[in-house]
Design a protein around this ligand. Structure first.
Ligand code: PEP
Length: 256
């Protein structure tokens, strides 16, 4: 059993929800309800404008703040974009990269995911790298090939040392925001495939140390079963992270 070697991470993805004042309330409530968490890191990935307020509200608690995207250039004429150093100075420690909504609606490709990942790591951010198959790929029986390819392309040029700051979130696209959840067996199967690719790329020791989350309609009712699986080391939570009571129960399930 190598699960014990890895730190469980429960991360919320607020997406485009919560104004700064709402964020402060939600961070404080989440911090209060998860104050007992010891074996699990608690992260909230918030909209850019919420980061500073959320980080101030999280200070002295065990809640850490993340962003939901980052540009790969350090600065310059990239209207509407944000750099890694801006995120860090605002108080973000983590950043989600390659979320399926960015891939589906904003032209994100494995190439740009890779560029963002390298830039974020070089600047000192921890990366939550999202990947996963769409429904037609699962139905065609090519899930393993798809996630293996994404893992290799998204991590091209990322060193074994840098992998200490990478979390992989396996997110089957058909399960995100749909209420459909992968079964614990499906989640375990694909998380194990990802770890196998990490082992090919970096060796077993490094692969055994990487936190691999499951994401896709994880909630307070199904979290315990999913998180009990050997290769599922945490969760990336969308909808349920907006309700501190539900999110805290998921953190509780990771602690158990
Ligand atoms: C997500 O946005 O990464 C996600 C998993 O969303 P949900 O939990 O709402 O399916």
């Amino acid at each position: 059993m190598n699960k014990q070697k890895r730190r469980a991470v429960i991360a919320g993805n607020w997406k485009m929800n919560m104004t700064p004042s709402q964020a402060v309330e939600a961070v404080k409530e989440t911090a209060k309800l998860t104050a007992g968490a010891k074996s699990c890191d608690v992260v909230l990935c918030v909209p850019f404008v919420d980061i500073a307020a959320a980080a101030a509200a999280a200070e002295g608690t065990n809640v850490k703040i993340g962003a939901q995207n980052v540009h790969f250039e350090a600065k310059g004429a990239f209207t509407g974009e944000i750099s890694a150093s801006m995120l860090l100075e605002a108080g973000a420690e983590y950043v989600i990269i390659g979320h399926s909504e960015r891939r589906a609606y904003f032209g994100e490709t494995d190439e740009t995911v890779n560029l963002r990942t390298k830039a974020a790591l070089a600047a000192g951010l921890k990366v939550i790298l999202c990947l996963g198959e769409v429904l037609s790929e699962r139905q065609s029986g090519i899930t393993s090939e798809i996630v293996s390819m994404q893992t290799k392309l998204d991590l091209a040029g990322v060193s074994a040392e840098d992998m200490k700051n990478v979390i992989i979130a396996y997110e089957p696209v058909w399960a995100i925001g749909t209420g459909l959840t992968a079964t614990p067996e499906q989640a375990e199967e694909v998380c194990a495939v990802i770890r196998g690719v990490l082992s090919e790329l970096y060796g077993k020791e490094t692969a055994d140390g990487v936190t691999v989350q499951y994401g896709g309609s994880m909630n307070d009712a199904n979290a315990a079963e999913l998180l009990a699986k050997e290769d599922v080391d945490g969760g990336l939570i969308g909808g349920a992270s907006l309700v501190p009571e539900k999110f805290a129960k998921i953190v509780g399930a990771a602690e158990a």
